[in-house]
Design a protein around this ligand. Structure first.
Ligand code: CA
Length: 224
């Protein structure tokens, strides 16, 4: 899952980026509001971490622009302790949650997971799939259990399975999957998605992920 971090304090921004990467996010970072607006227009981020005090365009303006355009992207705002009115303004402008600086990175990651989960209409933290709940994926611990047995997946394999499960019932094209799996600057081999799909089928079950010829891949939803 990709998250965009918008923070003009370089050290803090890098710290958040590193922390979220360790928590399994594909985390990209920009340091002003205009750059944030451009990035959000062009890429399929699953969540936004947004500082409010930003150069060129304030976080509040970025947020208002998003919501005015109909975006339901989960947004968590970062606010300073001495400006409690920012929290009110941010939530009123359509933010979903906030943390006050300085904050704990583990808490930030957990809040983001909760936002993405709720945006997907789920209450439980695990993604559970199939007859007899044969496949379980836990985004927090990054563990996968298939037919009662833990499965050892690489980070990319896990992320790919996460995207397919999160979109169960919808065909995902290779381009869509690549956009969601790779942050800026990541090296992407031309057949990377196929290779990871191949490994997932081998480690789980060949029939779990369907190929829709000429279109992409699909984990069927209930009743499909
Ligand atoms: Ca700032």
């Amino acid at each position: 899952m990709r998250v965009l971090i918008v923070e003009d304090d370089r050290l803090l921004g890098e710290g958040i980026q590193m922390g979220l990467r360790q928590a399994g996010w594909q985390a990209d970072r920009v340091s002003d509001g205009l750059a944030a607006r451009h990035a959000l227009a062009g890429e399929p981020f699953a969540a936004l971490v947004l500082d409010l005090g930003l150069p060129r365009l304030s976080g509040l303006e970025v947020l208002k622009g998003l919501r005015a355009g109909g975006s339901k992207l989960p947004v968590l705002i970062l606010t300073a302790r001495d400006t409690p009115e920012d929290v009110v303004a941010g939530l009123d402008a359509g933010a979903d949650d906030y943390v006050v600086k300085p904050f704990n990175l583990g808490e930030l990651a957990a809040r983001l997971r909760a936002l993405v989960r709720r945006a997907g209409g789920r209450a439980a933290s695990e993604l559970i799939h199939g007859e007899f709940q044969q496949l379980r994926l836990d985004p927090a611990s990054r563990r996968v259990v298939f037919r009662g047995t833990p499965v050892d997946l690489s980070a990319r394999e896990f992320d790919l399975l996460h995207e397919l499960l999160d979109n169960a019932g919808r065909v995902m094209t290779k381009a869509q999957l690549s956009e969601r799996l790779y942050a800026w600057g990541d090296e992407l081999e031309s057949n990377a998605i196929e290779v990871h799909i191949h490994h997932l089928r081998r480690k789980l079950a060949p029939e779990l992920i369907r190929t829709v010829r000429g279109v992409g891949y699909l984990i069927p939803g209930p009743g499909q």
